[in-house]
Ligand binder design. Sequence first.
Ligand code: NAD
Length: 490
Amino acid sequence: MTVQSISTPQAVADGQLFVDGKFRASSSGETRDVVNPATEEVICQVAWGTVEDLDDAVAAAQRAFEDESWGGLTPKQRARVLLRVAEAIEDNAEELALVESLDVGKPIAFTRGFDVPSAADLFRYCAGVVEQLEGSARPAGTRSLAYTRREPLGVVGAITPFNFPLNLLVNKLAPALAAGNTFVHKPAEQTPLSSLRLAEIMASAGLPAGVFNVVTGDGATVGAALAEHPGVRKLAFTGATATGKRLIASAASTLKRVTVELGGKGANIVFADADLDAVTQWAFQAAFFNTGQFCMSGSRLLVQRPVYDEMVTRMAAAAGAAAVGDPLDPRTVLGPLAHRAQLERVVEYVAIGEAEGAVLRAGGSKGKQDRGFYHEPTVFADVTPDMRIAQEEIFGPVLSIIPFDTEEEAVAIANGTPYGLAAGLHTADLGRAHRIAARLEAGIVWVNTWSMFENTIPFGGYKDSGYGRELGPEGVEEYLQIKSVVVNVE
Ligand code: NAD
């Protein structure tokens, strides 16, 4: 199946980017192939944008911010647009799910069941929040009346990674628009299609020209120019920690606000009193959801020694039995890695794990598919906390299982990496659950579950996993600034 056969999305088929409400070629005329990771076939061409295209997009966003058509809307009017966008996403849900599955290699069951409905829900949630963005009156003596206003920032620039192209865009876009900002997106080189399709859907839902712009292209040129652009008042970045650190430095020259959602190396702690049937399911999902290309994956499973051997056996069996294959088959649980370099990275880390002396208990090779960027779900046992496979983010289907004895030791191992994005624990002891949740250095802690998401629940990093929050009211707050108005009443 090709994208063209599911519909005729103009941008997806024609190698164009989206600026000021219109699809157009890159100013250089250049395009690049977009590759289906399940077949290695070219899906279509995408425009390879330039700094000039980016300047045009920022200028269009600036005009829309100042224009009556967007900047002049009341919160109620903005909310109506966002609700129409939510409906338009739902009207086009099947196609968006297919585009995302083809582009990223995500199983269609997940794009249908999570990525797309969650994106629509977030627009609806943010529409609800818009009208609650109130200021407050402040005590100011007898000579003045003082109150605060929460105002938009202006043009927001967003740079996103390849693994959740639609959701990581919408996590920024929906709250930014709700708050009254306008937006320029630089999607990942490998997976730009859902952003372009969303632009088309949003335009059809009545979003005015210039409010949402997409400049596809290279990180080092278009992405870097977005971070440095003086017309961009906020940069919302999701991606690798090293890239985030570089972008923070380049954004500093224009004093733009920055939020960075970066890498992770989540610890999932299993105590001997936990329900091991349930743990096996959650731990499988934690490690292998999205073929492990998940910043909040539980890629380290810390298991208390009395149940260690049993959990290793269970996890190896679950990995061995997993349905790996065609993302468009509704029974598929693991698709391919999203691009070739990511597969090569996984292969390299499996070799590192073996060389470090970890014991391979499942997977370890590319699997039986003769094409596509597939890798078997892989389980390493007897991993020590200092090994590279326990310290570094692999971003693929590789689980490291580490034994521990005491609560104290579990917390030390869990907190013993530079990252702090997600963590979890499984226990029947309620007191222990709260005690440990408080001690884990992570922006989100799951107890007796993993990756349970709601658009109301904020997430973000501690330590090298970044700062700023997405989702929930906190996620909207990131796109607002406070103004105090003081009136002389004498
Ligand atoms: P990446 O940092 O290589 O790329 C992310 C984006 O940054 C891409 O759009 C890329 O073009 C752009 N980019 C690259 N170099 C740039 C530069 N010099 N200037 C401006 N932009 C540049 O990351 P990736 O490989 O696409 O994604 C994987 C990483 O993303 C992992 O570390 C993962 O943990 C992280 N991630 C974090 C979250 C989160 O919410 N914390 C979510 C998903 C992914």
